[in-house]
Design a protein around this ligand. Structure first.
Ligand SMILES: [Fe+2]
Length: 386
């Protein structure tokens, strides 16, 4: 098997690395960037931390700050209009997964024209767009290092997966200090998202030796630090470990794909506006139980990497301990069921067949160790309801 590995050309990792943003931009050929971010980054002063660095280096910049959670095609088109109205040669994304995904999509659509849905998986993206410097401010999506962007089609409410070299940032700055002030819920949701990335990459049918090492190390870092990072927002050691774990998990799944959890999670997010990490968390224990027998040794490796059992424990027992650990983690991090979250019961049950169809259409369930039928996906949606 030949694994094809895609990564940014340049990655800076460490506390305070944002101070090197101007130099990093120069190295990828950027002189006049459009900064893609959101209103919270503006208000919280994080944007100023970036623009101060650019100002000192004499880099002229402009901001597009209309990014929203779960970015839509409307927002992407507005960003493309702003990009094309100026003489920009690069993009900088600052924020969580949404601003980074938005900047990727703006780069793709501006270079290729047409509509975002023209580039939905499995369609190719013919041209590379402007180079992107991605600066994440959460430890979760790993978007700074992935070849994916997820954009919701405003007309159909579908969360579209768009994938390819053209979505990959040219450079990333992974600075954990940007995550120090994040509140409990956001920290917990993004942390479980990254744990899901690492587990899904490792059990994926597209897993390879390169992604395996990154996935296992990410699981170790994330699981060891997830409670501390949620309980103590300013725990620098835990934040640093979590940021690296999320980053490595991103690199793992970008090159091995995610699987059934993400496939089923996207429709919940699209129809009910549940934060991405939270809908993953609602699904992770049940889907792990559903899938485990198809790749017992791989899930047992996950349990060992996370430290929920020692190396002497056999596969079957290790997987049982993994399931206990995932359920206990959800309880500790106060992950609600869809019902407890307040989702409308009738709408949820009526939409289940459509959500199953959308999950299968994304292609992600085909990477799962146990490939589900539409009926099995519906059963899983029912199982996690309450
Ligand atoms: Fe994710």
């Amino acid at each position: 098997m030949i694994a094809t590995i895609l990564t940014p050309r340049l990655i800076l990792i460490g506390g305070g690395a944002i101070a090197q943003a101007a130099d990093t931009l120069t190295q990828i050929g950027g002189t006049r960037p459009l900064i893609v971010t959101d209103k919270f980054m503006e208000k919280s002063g994080k944007l100023a931390a970036l623009t101060d660095v650019l100002d000192k280096a004499g880099v002229k910049w402009t901001v597009f700050s209309d990014t929203i959670e779960d970015p839509t095609t409307d927002i992407i088109e507005a960003g493309v209009a702003q990009l094309q109205a100026g003489a920009y040669d690069s993009l900088i994304a600052l924020g969580g997964g949404s601003p980074i995904d938005t900047a990727k999509a703006i780069s793709v659509l501006a270079a290729n024209g047409g509509k975002m849905r023209d580039y939905k998986v499995p369609n190719p993206i013919p041209k590379q767009g402007l180079p992107l410097l991605a600066i994440p401010t959460t430890a979760g999506t790993g978007s700074e290092v992935t070849k994916f962007t997820i954009i919701t089609d405003t007309e159909t409410d579908e969360k579209m997966l768009i994938s390819g070299l053209a979505c990959l940032p040219a450079a990333a700055i992974v600075d954990y200090e940007l995550t120090l002030t994040k509140p409990f819920r956001l920290t917990a949701d993004t942390a479980i998202d990254s744990l899901t990335h690492a587990i899904e990459a490792y059990v994926s049918r597209k897993a390879n030796l390169h992604s395996d090492g990154l996935g296992l190390n990410a699981m170790r870092l994330i699981y060891k630090n997830i409670r501390d990072v949620c309980a103590q927002s300013d725990n620098r050691k835990a934040r640093e470990a979590m940021m690296l774990g999320a980053h490595q998990a991103g690199m793992a799944f970008s090159n091995a794909s995610v699987a059934l959890v993400h496939g089923m999670s996207r429709p919940i997010g699209a129809h009910f506006h549940v934060p991405h990490g939270l809908s993953n968390a609602m699904l992770l224990p049940a889907i792990t139980a559903f899938s485990a027998n198809a790749a017992l040794n791989r899930y047992a490796d996950c349990a060992r990497a996370m430290g929920v059992c020692d190396d002497k424990v056999g596969d079957q027992a290790a997987v049982a301990m993994l399931l206990d650990a995932l359920r206990a983690l959800n309880a500790e991090l106060k992950v609600p069921t869809p019902k407890a979250y307040g989702i409308d019961e009738k709408k949820y049950f009526d939409l289940m067949p459509k959500m199953a169809e959308q999950a299968l259409a994304s292609g992600s369930p085909n990477n799962n160790p146990r490939i589900p039928t539409a009926a099995e996906i519906v059963e899983l949606y029912k199982e996690v309801w309450a």
